[in-house]
Design a protein. Structure first.
Length: 102
């Protein structure tokens, strides 16, 4: 498994990881667009580029959501492991008047 960071990681290290990821994704996404454009005739260039960009954008959004879900699970909240964090108890709402009773 690759390098891991936590809440104690420096901003410089985090920035370096982000820059490395951005360069890698930029090169890969640009190559996919170039391959799609080179595989069709000039008159079909727009028809090849549009779905390629659509699916690449959808894939990036799904990956970002997936990685955000992992980050939320892995990063501890105030020094506690993520599994031990419990939701706060809800206040008793029986004392407040209901909207139907007004």
């Amino acid at each position: 498994m690759g390098p891991r960071t936590d809440t104690g990681a420096s901003r410089t290290l985090t920035g370096c990881y982000m820059a490395l990821t951005d360069v890698g994704l930029g090169l890969a996404l640009q190559m996919a667009t170039t391959i799609a454009q080179n595989s069709v005739d000039l008159r079909d260039m727009g028809s090849a580029s549009a779905p390629t960009n659509l699916f690449l954008t959808a894939a990036v959004l799904c990956a970002a959501g997936f990685l955000a879900a992992i980050l939320v699970q892995e990063v501890p909240l105030r020094g506690k492991p993520a599994a031990s964090v419990r939701p706060a108890a809800h206040a008793d709402t029986h004392d407040s008047p209901s909207p139907a009773g007004r």
